[in-house]
Design a protein around this ligand. Structure first.
Ligand SMILES: *Cc1c(COP(=O)(O)O)cnc(C)c1O
Length: 375
């Protein structure tokens, strides 16, 4: 294609509805390979603490299952994901009919939005909430309604107050990314009682495995009480499978049935299905991931406190820190080969989000941060 005919398609772009044309692109964490090219550095010299990935890598059981599954990739995957659903049903005591599998849990957020939202409807999410919610709402043409947060945390009362007769969905991230804030189980349960029946609640528990057990919500048990509840989880974080894209949702069987009709028939590939089914039972790997995160969080907080830097207490595998000239600090960190995440787009221009890494990575980040702070 020549430059000339790239220039004259605005009439075609105008064919896309206005709510599509106004979508702002999602900005992912900078890949290691990209920074390596920019700095002329070897990728091994760069650390990425920008996408809440598991610093331990992949569960060995999942790795073995993936290698075995490679032999069969000439065939379509099992579109019903029988093995993985059976494993999830056993593990969590739900019926297989209550499970929907996704190409990452982002896919499930998309599926839920497409199943229940359309132009003229509204969906509510919190200020500083995971950016994908607003995007998924916008794709459907529904109106996104942002409820104010309270000290960076979801304010469930403000979210309830934002509900109108047009509202069809509320998105809740618990804990939320990028703030790490957690809604207490009792508060969340009380909130669910108050949500009107015409509103679906999508409860995004992507970081559930990182929450200390005593603080976790009993969200799966709540499904029996609240047929409008959809719980989403992922293999991207504690299971170390972010690159594969696999997540799951639990819902009332009738709701799961609707979601499954919206989903692409082969949305989860066969390698992912095999890895997730094997990884789910790798309790030892998840335990190590949890422990490493707890230790790393303490290491970071100790180092941050020493530097006089405040942070938002986080229940996830990341922490958001407040620094003067966050954009400048981000750039200086990049030059030192350390990738973190600026979160100005989350209405948090003075903050950077840092994923918890290996002990050596956390130490290197703290050292680089000390050098990158404004004088
Ligand atoms: C990382 C993350 C997810 C998971 O996304 P996947 O598509 O499963 O990789 C979902 N919700 C939140 C809030 C997250 O931070």
């Amino acid at each position: 294609m020549t430059a000339a005919n790239v220039n004259h398609v605005s009439d075609l772009c105008d064919l896309a509805p206005a709510y599509i044309r106004s979508i702002a692109p999602y900005l992912p964490g900078k890949p290691i390979s990209e920074l390596a090219r920019e700095l002329g550095l070897h990728p091994d010299k760069i650390i990425k603490l920008a996408s809440n990935e598991n610093p331990l890598g992949v569960s060995p059981l999942a790795m073995r299952a993936m290698q075995a599954a490679l032999n069969d990739i000439a065939r379509y995957p099992d579109g019903n994901g029988f093995e993985l659903k059976a494993a999830l049903a056993r593990r969590y005591g739900v019926a297989m009919a209550q499970i929907v599998l996704g190409n990452g849990s982002n896919d499930l957020l998309n599926i839920a939005a497409r199943a229940f939202l359309a132009p003229t409807f509204e969906a509510v999410y919190s200020q500083h909430a995971f950016a994908i919610y607003a995007l998924e709402i916008q794709y459907t043409g529904a109106k996104g309604v942002q409820a104010p947060a309270c000290e960076f945390a979801h304010d469930v009362n403000a979210m309830l107050a934002a509900v109108t007769p047009h509202t069809r969905m509320i998105f809740i991230a618990n804990p939320n990314n990028p703030t790490g804030t957690l809604i207490a189980a009792a508060e969340l349960h009380a909130f669910l009682y108050k949500v009107p029946r015409h509103v679906m609640v999508v409860l995004d528990e992507a970081y559930n495995e990182y929450i200390p057990e005593a603080l976790r919500s009993d969200s799966i048990a709540w499904l029996a009480e609240f047929p409008n509840l959809i719980v989403t989880r992922t293999f991207s974080k504690a299971y170390g499978l972010a690159g594969l894209r696999v997540g799951y949702a639990f819902a009332h069987p009738d709701i799961a049935d609707i979601l499954n009709r919206v989903r692409q028939p082969f949305n989860v590939n066969s390698i992912s299905l095999a890895a997730a089914a094997a990884g789910l039972d790798d309790h030892e790997f998840v335990r190590r991931s949890y422990d490493l995160n707890q230790t790393g969080m303490r290491q970071l907080i100790t180092g941050l406190t020493r530097l006089g830097i405040s942070h938002i207490p986080s229940a996830g595998n990341f922490v958001s820190i407040k620094v003067e000239d966050a954009a400048g600090v981000f750039q200086r960190l990049l030059k030192l080969g350390v990738i973190v995440r600026p979160i100005a787009a989350y209405e948090m221009p003075d903050y950077l989000r840092v994923s918890i890494g290996l002990e050596s990575e956390n130490a290197r980040f703290l050292e680089a941060l000390a050098q990158s702070l404004p004088a």
